[in-house]
Design a protein around this ligand. Structure first.
Ligand SMILES: NC(=O)c1ccc[n+]([C@@H]2O[C@H](COP(=O)([O-])OP(=O)(O)OC[C@H]3O[C@@H](n4cnc5c(N)ncnc54)[C@H](O)[C@@H]3O)[C@@H](O)[C@H]2O)c1
Ligand SMILES: [Fe+2]
Length: 388
């Protein structure tokens, strides 16, 4: 097969402190009269949405607000949003929030021009028509959804987090203002920060990594190494928040043009069944999965270890790999991220009962197939057990 890289990104990205003030002018460039803001209730309560609505109005643009998006957005959230979108005669969407409102907005956007149900688009490249434009305004410095062609929507009846990957899910534009992330509580900063790190690592070691995604992935990892601990300790620190916002954007761009791998493959089923925050379930799996995958991409894992300062140039790749696993475990401890078993959020009996379903859903998602070592079903089960 030819070695051709497909690279997608938002057509416009405004990145930096205060970027939110340019949002209305950016919307104006789309020459629309009506927009729908997709968000969650938190940002309605803080007053941010009111500010955005009045800013849009002063620029002659009407805005309706859809805020019924739960963390790990559901199919119901998406269908409800679609109804509101059609009823409001909106022409485009502004998504404000973490990965959940942004993903819900992307799914609503494509359903405007592609027939439901959404489930038929699960997997890769199945969406025929572009949706309405989406401007993504991330507030968590985590998922990178503002720069990915991915939406994750939960089918709560089947207990599955559906991963939909298609270029029509790439936002038309992103407005990345690190000030919006300063209100995150410490645990959220930790979870989304390790999610970002996981994007960088998985994009870098993936079988689909390439010459365009690698530099982004390495920069993402470097920025997390430099800034996550400070953003976690001092929420108002401008430099750390800015660093993490850029890491998240670069991590999203890196993995969407390479791929995520086994951590994300195993994390989605865990999250779907036990309703764990996405970054939380990733973080708890990351050390065990890296340890399992090391031999498949030793050189690259060693580079990750050195970028993070867990090992030195003088360390052999083998030693650097071992130090990477150790460093990731220590990072979780520092950020007070527990293990599966000590999280208090997972009942052991239910965990064991669901091991086969989780392993089979993980494999079905396609992500483990990009891992440096492709695991069998039994290996995934034992990795879940190891992470316990
Ligand atoms: N599309 C992608 O590329 C991609 C990548 C990774 C993860 N995801 C998905 O994204 C979702 C997780 O997104 P997330 O981790 O960004 O969180 P989220 O959007 O689910 O938000 C979690 C909680 O944090 C609150 N919150 C958000 N920003 C805040 C802020 N600045 N201050 C205070 N509270 C804030 C929200 O109101 C919510 O209650 C999952 O469904 C995951 O599967 C998508
Ligand atoms: Fe993620």
């Amino acid at each position: 097969m030819e070695n051709i890289i497909q690279f997608n990104a938002p057509a416009t990205s405004l990145v930096g402190g205060g970027a939110i003030k340019k949002l209305a002018l950016l919307v104006k460039e789309f020459e629309v009269n009506n927009v729908m803001i997709v968000t969650d209730t938190y940002f309605v309560k803080t007053g941010l949405i009111n500010l955005i609505v009045s800013d849009l109005q002063s620029n002659g643009i009407n805005a309706s607000v859809f805020s019924d998006v739960s963390p790990d957005p559901s199919l119901e959230n998406v269908y409800h949003g679609l109804e509101d979108f059609i009823a409001s005669k909106a022409e485009m969407i502004v998504a404000v929030g973490g990965g959940s409102p942004i993903d819900a907005a992307k799914a609503i956007s494509v359903l405007v021009h592609n027939p439901p149900p959404l489930n038929q688009y699960m997997g890769y490249h199945k969406i025929k028509n572009p949706g309405v434009p989406v401007i993504a305004v991330p507030t968590t410095s985590g998922t990178g959804s503002e720069a990915t062609k991915v939406a994750v929507i939960s089918d709560n009846q089947l207990g599955v987090k559906m991963m939909i990957f298609d270029k029509h899910l790439m936002p038309a534009a992103a407005v990345v203002d690190f000030n919006l992330a300063k209100s995150m509580p410490q645990d959220l900063t930790a979870f989304v920060g390790v999610d970002t790190l996981t994007h960088g690592i998985e994009a870098f070691v993936s079988k689909k990594s390439n010459a365009l995604s690698d530099p982004l992935a390495m920069s993402c990892i470097n920025l997390v190494g430099k800034h996550l601990a400070t953003a976690w300790e001092i929420p108002e620190d401008n430099t750390a928040r800015e660093g993490m916002s850029i890491a998240a954007y670069q991590g999203g761009l890196a993995f969407t043009n390479s791929s995520v791998c086994l951590v994300h493959g195993m994390s989605r089923p865990l999250g779907a069944i036990f309703h764990l925050a996405h970054g939380f379930s990733n973080a708890m799996l990351l050390p065990a999965v890296v340890s399992f995958s090391l031999v498949g991409a030793l050189e690259k894992y060693a580079i990750v270890s050195r970028i993070l300062g867990f090992s030195q140039n003088s360390d052999s790749d083998e030693a650097a790999g071992v130090k990477l696993v150790d460093g990731l475990e220590k990072l979780n401890k520092k950020l007070r991220i527990p293990t599966l078993g000590t999280s208090g959020k997972i009942e052991k009996v239910k965990f064991e009962k669901n091991l086969e379903k989780m392993a089979s859903d993980a494999l079905a998602s396609g992500s483990p197939q990009n891992n440096p070592i492709i695991p069998t079903m039994d290996e995934i089960i034992s990795l879940y057990q190891k992470a316990w």
